[in-house]
Design a protein around this ligand. Sequence first.
Ligand code: DGY
Length: 324
Amino acid sequence: MKKTVLAFSRVSPEMAERLQQDFNVIIPDPKKGDLNEQFNEALPHSHGMIGAGRTLGREQLESAKQLEVVSSISVGYDNYDVGYLTERSIMLTNTPDVLTESTADLGFSLIMSSARRVAELDAYTKAGKWKRSIEASHFGTDVYGKTLGIVGMGNIGAAVARRGRLGFNMPILYSGNSRKTALEQELGAQFRTLDQLLAESDFVCLVVPLSEKTQHMISTRELSLMKKSAILVNIARGPIVDEPALIKALQDGTIRGAGLDVYEKEPLSESPLFALSNAVTLPHIGSATDETRQAMADRAYTNLRAALLGEKPQDLVNTQVWKG
Ligand code: DGY
């Protein structure tokens, strides 16, 4: 008998078709009523789940008694209760590597657009305010040759650092749990404590995973250590930054600006950030390109299929549940 898969988001018609070759597939459909109700009804029958962006822990998965695998179409898995899934021997898989370069591109575009005020001046032009040459009050700040601080030198951090070093001649500083000697050699990157990095960098790019340890790692004290001319970029997870503290720092001029792709609460439908011309606010699009989302979906599909057919999935997060 075919196993059942609950496909809860980011599932294209092509992916649904591929899944249907091996599994019974349930896809909650807004035309058929409340999505959460359909999701909850499907849980007791589901052996596998695939999707992204849902909080899944004890409360949500209690009734999913047959569940064997959750295949997340994301690299981050802070929205899953890994301890609970592991306790129940449910495999959790993610999609590393395939989104590294596009997420780094987005990080760099936030550096560029914050520094050169791209979004703000685009709005200015379209509002018909460009009547004569712009004045110094609208000037940006240079990127080339400035110091780039990477908080969390994983794959994405290294990809942002490469762009900065090789494309923009930026000295690279980094902080994190371990020294990356290969990158120190490749890029001349220098290790710093977080406090030192904040004090020395012109651009600080956050690329750490969210955990209890990294939650609010950037708050009032840390922002006050940064240069008044510095720009903070967050392409990791919103709760790494204490958002009210950041808003105050942007309002008071404690730092020059921020480029944000992620927020403490998403979607961000209203926020004091919207009134701040020195904040660039994107709707969590780090991996949102046609090619990358396709690659993530393919990888998640492969992980799910392997797990449900009894093979060890390539990107098993909680490896301790694998008994094969
Ligand atoms: C991820 O994969 O974790 C990115 O944030 C995109 O969702």
